[in-house]
Design a protein around this ligand. Structure first.
Ligand code: G4P
Length: 530
């Protein structure tokens, strides 16, 4: 058992996720973070896993890889006496609502940007979730070893997309072939770039002082330009304020090249020095402090496990308070049921004892057969309900019908359960005779659901193209106005799995018109669970 007290354990936790657009370098950086923290010895292992995961878009292949993807969906490492939890946010065709929900379980986010492409669409979607929660964001601008955009332009782009001040902690000297390294603005020294390091290297090459003639001699015009820009920034850019960063109003910006191990150390150090420890969480009943002695935690993700025939699920629980120990008795607040998780799923970690107990900020994986649902709260007995687990309005829709009408019941049961699990959103149109509609944020969600309906529920489903492209949950203070809205839009009204009212939309213009015509109706792109 840990020799630290609960408050000490909480104080050394840092829990974050990486957000990025596919190919910006998330996998590479993840691997380098693990390497620098000493959690893995040789670069290449995370990368290999990604390669196998994406070798085929065939669902069966993905299914086979699931055991691995459960283990790598939380990576725990120790660095400078901190325990760092890195939660994976699936990207590419894996992109799904889970990706969004993972962001509700972290205390900070690391945004990786490809310096050639700037801020890309997938990053923007994820940023919206962070912004809604004021999650502090650290920015890493990757691939400086390539010919990329001008750093000042990148900075402006980040500011406009994030709606927050970007405060450079480092500044690049040159780029592409002439990339000389980064100037550490805060420490007033330059770190020289060396390409192609496969392993962590301690003998860093550092030159002190912005006015040091040695830098000017070695990097000539690239340095003159960088110096001019740094001078400009020092006059124009706001000073870094820790409080502003924690409130999601400023983002520290680093430049680097993950594949060359360059800039990785700075990111780790920033996580340890500036990123927040786990904070208090608001429950409906009271505020829960992370260093309370009693355990509490929330299920933020449910993933079907290796054996679909047994409806095995792993519930991912983010610890909110207290200490978790294997075999302790826990109560599910929603149902009052007791569970005693013994065979907790292990995630990637370099130390056994880190797996055996968990504190606020950590994630535990509890295998179960459907006892645990998204948003469930586990405690040592107290009834607690946390708000804030979001469901996001889907962007992709398909109608669903069962091929054999005698299996209609199985289809309904399957969809209800998969809907509760958060694998997909299910909408029941108000109009009689309308097929059930599935809503997703990633295409793969449809494939997963069709496969699971067949193998787990014996319902062979047919997907039907849908004309809808958006949905908004609707509410109103005025019941009359709500009724009028429902009546006049009857063909577009549907109910989701918890009977929340939704408006199905075919185009942004339709939404705009509806908003103008119905000022008393609120249109929500997000619904909170619980
Ligand atoms: P992702 O998880 O965000 O999708 O990105 P990933 O790390 O897989 O990186 C995408 C591509 O970018 C990879 O190349 C990777 O090697 C490359 N990359 C990552 N960091 C850097 C960097 O700092 N500089 C340069 N020049 N490239 C970088 P790939 O060709 O797709 O894969 P591979 O053949 O290298 O494995």
């Amino acid at each position: 058992m840990s020799t630290h007290s609960i408050p000490q354990e909480v104080a050394r936790r840092r829990t974050f996720a990486i957000i990025s657009h596919p190919d910006a370098g998330k996998t590479t950086l993840t691997e380098k973070l693990l390497l620098f923290a000493g959690a893995i010895q040789i670069a290449g292992s995370v990368k290999a896993r990604k390669a196998s995961r994406h070798a085929s878009s065939d669902w069966m292949e993905i299914e086979k890889q699931r055991g691995i993807s459960v283990a790598s969906s939380v990576m725990q490492m120790e660095y400078r006496d901190c325990v760092i939890n890195l939660l994976d946010t699936p990207g590419h065709q894996d992109f799904s609502e889970d990706t969004y929900r993972v962001l509700t379980a972290v205390d900070a986010a690391l945004m990786v940007i490809d310096a050639a492409n700037g801020v890309e669409p997938q990053t923007i979607r994820l940023l919206q979730v962070c912004r809604a929660r004021n999650t502090p964001i650290i920015t890493f601008i990757n691939k400086m070893d390539r010919e990329v955009q001008e750093p000042l332009d990148l900075l402006a782009e980040i500011e406009s997309h994030l709606g927050m001040d970007a405060v450079p902690f480092s500044w690049p000297v040159g780029m592409g072939k002439s990339f000389g390294g980064v100037f550490d603005i805060r420490r007033n020294r330059m770190r020289i770039f060396r390409a192609g390091q496969q392993r962590r290297n301690n003998d860093e090459d550092i030159i002190d002082g912005l006015d040091n003639p040695e830098i000017s001699r070695r990097f000539g015009s690239a340095f003159d330009k960088a110096k001019e820009e740094i001078d400009l920034l020092q006059d124009a850019a706001p000073a870094f304020e820790h409080e502003a960063f924690l409130a999601g109003k400023q983002t520290p910006v680093f430049f680097g090249s993950a594949i060359n191990n360059f800039g990785v150390q700075e990111v780790l150090d920033t996580l340890v020095e500036w990123a927040p420890k786990p904070g208090a969480r608001q429950a409906l009943q009271r505020v829960v402090q992370p260093d309370e002695t009693k355990f509490s935690g929330v299920v933020f993700k449910v993933q079907a496990n290796m054996d679909p025939a047994h409806r095995d699920r792993v519930a991912f629980v983010r610890v909110s308070s207290g200490r978790f120990e294997r075999g302790m008795r826990l109560k599910v607040s929603r149902t009052g049921k007791e569970i005693r998780p013994n065979n907790v799923v292990s995630f990637l970690s370099q130390r056994r004892d880190l797996l055996d107990e968990a504190y606020a900020g950590d994630v535990i994986g509890i295998p179960n057969h459907g006892v645990l649902q998204l948003g469930d709260v586990l405690t040592e007995g107290e009834t607690l309900q946390f708000t804030g687990l979001p469901f996001f309005a889907p962007e992709l829709f398909q109608g669903v019908e069962v091929k054999d009408p005698l299996r209609t019941k199985q289809l309904r049961t399957g969809l209800t359960q998969l809907g509760e699990e958060g694998a997909i959103q299910v909408f029941r149109p108000q109009a009689a005779g309308g097929a059930l509609l599935l809503g997703a944020v990633g295409q793969l969600q449809f494939e997963v659901v069709a496969h699971r309906l067949k193998t787990e529920y014996g319902a062979d489903a047919r997907m039907i193209p849908s004309r809808y492209t958006m949905a908004r949950w609707v509410t109103s203070e005025n019941p009359k106005a709500l009724k009028k809205f429902i009546d006049s839009n009857a063909a577009h009204i549907a109910y989701d799995v918890v009977d929340a009212l939704a408006f199905l939309i075919t185009s942004p213009a339709q939404l705009r018109v509806a908003q103008e015509l119905n000022p008393e109706i609120n249109f929500h792109a997000m619904r909170e669970h619980g």
